[in-house]
Design a protein around this ligand. Structure first.
Ligand code: ZN
Length: 311
């Protein structure tokens, strides 16, 4: 893709919003960060985002007319088809808020919306750990366990345009109850919340302390971490055989500190899977950090532009 192609990527989280001017090679040319202040209302945040877009364009001498478009990754749930943010949980009062139409009208260019997990995967496939790989699956281990899949150059979408819920792949028949309605899901064993809860039952303050104690060899902590790793290995087995990805990317707060252990669990399943093409599937660490959503947003605009031009 050419450095002459231009787009704006936006990342909206519960506390911060970031706006970046991104070129076709995935370089961030200008970046602004502003507080979300969701409780001040959606319209106000929209106005501030519009002003930040203008500032980012001014900073690199670009104009809205030269952009392929604007792509937004937002803390979900979102409705990517309707362009609606439906997240009163972490964005107070933002319930069925249309962010696409007003930005499209204001700047006169295409505007795209995805949830943050999908935007992060798009970013990694555009300019990070998933570059030149397809299909790609990304698992994000944080408060929960999120998942997204990239297939044939774009996001895999289920019914209603929604993304798959890979955190709810079952890994134990009699594991902890999950809010999804089943017991023993990957998320109910390997998320930060689950590791923290199991740790508290064994006398540890939180997930961080569980990992620290496991490293020091304490048996109760080691068994909690081991269970999370076995859950990850089992979920990988299912994902491998269901989707045959070329690459599995691991991201999220837990992975930042414990990548080697989780990658070991994933690699073990890959190596043991006789039905999966040998040597063709790999695991990698997410490498864009906080820029993944911004670059993913920009990549949505580039992708549409390529499709429109038949490339
Ligand atoms: Zn579940």
């Amino acid at each position: 893709m050419s450095a002459l192609m231009q787009a704006v990527g936006i990342d909206i989280g519960g506390t911060k919003m970031a706006v970046a001017a991104v070129d076709g090679q995935g370089c961030v040319r200008a970046r602004l960060t502003l507080p979300t202040e969701a409780e001040q209302g959606f319209t106000r945040a929209l106005d501030r985002l519009g002003a930040a877009i203008n500032q980012a364009l001014d900073a690199c001498g670009w104009s809205a007319a030269s952009l392929c478009g604007i792509g937004i990754g937002c803390a979900g749930p979102v409705d990517p088809v309707g362009g609606l943010i439906n997240n009163p949980y972490t964005l107070s009062g933002w319930d069925r808020c249309d962010i696409v139409t007003p930005l499209r009208q204001r700047f006169g260019i295409p505007v795209f919306l995805e949830n943050d997990a999908d935007a992060a995967l798009l970013g990694e496939c555009f300019a990070g750990a998933g570059k030149a790989c397809d299909p790609v699956v990304m698992l994000t281990f944080g408060t929960g366990v999120g998942g997204a899949a990239f297939v044939r150059g774009g996001l895999y979408r289920g019914v209603n345009g929604e993304h798959p819920e890979l955190g709810h792949v079952p890994v134990e028949n009699t594991g902890p109850a999950c809010y999804c309605g089943r017991a023993g899901c990957l998320e109910s064993i390997a998320s930060g919340t689950a590791i923290g809860a199991a740790g508290q039952a064994a006398g540890y303050a939180d997930a961080r302390e569980v990992f620290r104690a496991a490293k020091a060899g304490q048996p109760a902590a080691r068994s909690i971490v081991q269970r999370a790793l076995e859950a990850t290995a089992s979920a990988t087995w299912t994902i491998l055989h269901a989707l045959l990805p070329q690459r599995i990317i691991l991201g999220g707060g837990i992975i930042e500190e414990h990548y080697d252990q989780f990658a070991g669990a994933v690699s073990g399943s890959i190596a043991a899977a006789s039905m999966v093409p040998r040597g063709r599937v790999s695991v990698a660490r997410a490498d864009l950090g906080n820029d993944a959503g911004l670059l993913g947003g920009a990549s949505m605009a580039f992708q549409r532009s390529r499709e429109d031009h038949g490339r």
